[in-house]
Design a protein around this ligand. Structure first.
Ligand code: ADP
Ligand code: DP6
Ligand code: CO
Length: 354
């Protein structure tokens, strides 16, 4: 009788929010970046993707259900991930005839994000990290986080950083095959465990310009972008890594805010311009400046991905100042009253991601 058994594996993956942003591809096919980037992986206790991968010869075709709706699986980047995972499974099967032939069966991927999708909160990062790891687990691949990260990068660049906890750099690399374009943990979460993030969901709506399309328009049309790649990012990477090593929050915060500003400036310099931040985002910038001025030192840092939602990094010891400032504001500001949601979170531990 034909094997119609359903094989299944589930996993979760965390979001990461860059403090030095990836924006630009030097090779759109392999998803190789124009610049290195650095992020903090946020705790899966608060924001996460949950993905179940299953396969069965009883299934008709590869299917992705994202947040309950059928979603496109035919895109070249998703296909690149699935092709790579299947070929690794096929290699195992050809060495061991007793293994079920999962590589030939249609896949069903059921995925759910517990935070807004495509709204500038790194859903593509958690999403592709979870998709790749769930499928690798289903196929029982003996793959390291680094190998899975290289596959996830092909799905979405930022996803390569979500396979690691703590503080993670994605080195741009220079090889044409992309094998040296890798994410590495620069410090474990335990190195600086008091780091916290406050996420202000200004809007949960899907962004008008996807990250993939936005960065391609920037690379093609922005003059400012050239300066960002040549000078701004290399300096920010160096200062940021030193700030993390020294646990220097003031430096960490300054580079985080400057890099976010530089990234959004290149978006504004794109022709036609791209605006991800809105008036409420800009109010969050001013609120952080006011908190820092009132404290007489730097206690908070804002950063915005490709969307209007603010991520505010701060340290546990300044919790009262930060939350005391933002919670009343959430009540009083029109933009944050309706549908606003606040996530408070910490840094994901490395052990939880292995
Ligand atoms: P974000 O800022 O949320 O990362 P992007 O524009 O980079 O937004 O990517 C959003 C896209 O990522 C979605 O339209 C979808 O194609 C993909 N994506 C998001 N979540 C998942 C998931 N859980 N599984 C698979 N793909 C996902
Ligand atoms: C602003 O990784 O979403 O969040 O590789 O095209 O899927 P694709 O883009 P994506 O871009 C993320 C851009 C960013 C900055 C960052 O996360 O480093
Ligand atoms: Co994304």
């Amino acid at each position: 009788m034909a094997d119609t058994k359903v094989y299944r594996a589930s996993t979760t993956a965390p979001v990461n929010i860059a403090v030095v942003k990836y924006w630009g591809k030097r090779d759109p096919k392999l998803n190789l970046p124009t610049n290195s980037s650095l992020s903090v992986t946020l705790s899966q206790d608060d924001l996460r993707t949950l993905t179940t991968a299953s396969c069965s010869s009883a299934y008709k075709e590869d299917t992705l259900l994202l947040n309950g709706s059928p979603s496109d699986l035919t895109g070249a980047r998703t296909q690149a991930c699935l092709r790579e995972l299947r070929s690794r499974r096929a290699a195992l099967e050809s060495n061991d005839a007793s293994l079920p032939k999962l590589s030939t069966m249609p896949l069903l991927l059921v995925s759910e994000n517990n935070f807004p999708t495509a709204a500038g909160l790194a859903s593509s990062a958690a999403g592709f990290a979870a998709l790749v790891r769930a499928t690798a687990d289903l196929y029982e691949l003996p793959a390291s986080p680094t190998e899975l990260s290289l596959i996830a990068r092909q799905g979405s660049g930022s996803a390569c950083r979500s396979l690691f906890g703590g503080y993670v750099a994605w080195r741009h690399g220079s090889q044409a095959d992309g094998l040296d374009s890798k994410a590495v943990e620069v410090a474990p979460a335990s190195h600086w465990p008091t780091m916290r993030a406050l996420i202000l969901v200004v809007s949960a709506a899907k962004k008008g310009v996807s990250s993939t399309s936005g960065m391609q328009q920037t690379v093609a049309t922005s003059g400012l972008f050239k300066q960002r790649i040549a000078d701004v990012v290399p300096a920010n990477m160096e200062t940021m890594e030193a700030a993390i090593a020294a646990k220097d929050f003031a430096k960490f915060a300054e580079v985080t805010m400057r890099d976010s500003n530089s990234f959004h400036a290149t978006c504004a310099d794109t022709y036609p311009p791209i605006f991800y931040m809105n008036d409420v985002s800009r109010a969050a910038v001013r609120a952080v400046e006011a908190i820092n001025a009132a404290a007489g030192r730097t206690v908070a840092a804002y950063t915005f991905d490709a969307g209007p939602n603010a991520v505010i990094y701060y340290l546990e010891e300044d919790k009262e100042t930060i939350l005391g400032t933002f919670y009343p504001l959430l009540q009083d500001t029109d933009g944050w009253k309706d549908g606003a949601k606040v996530f408070k979170t910490s840094v994901e531990l490395d052990e939880a991601v292995a």
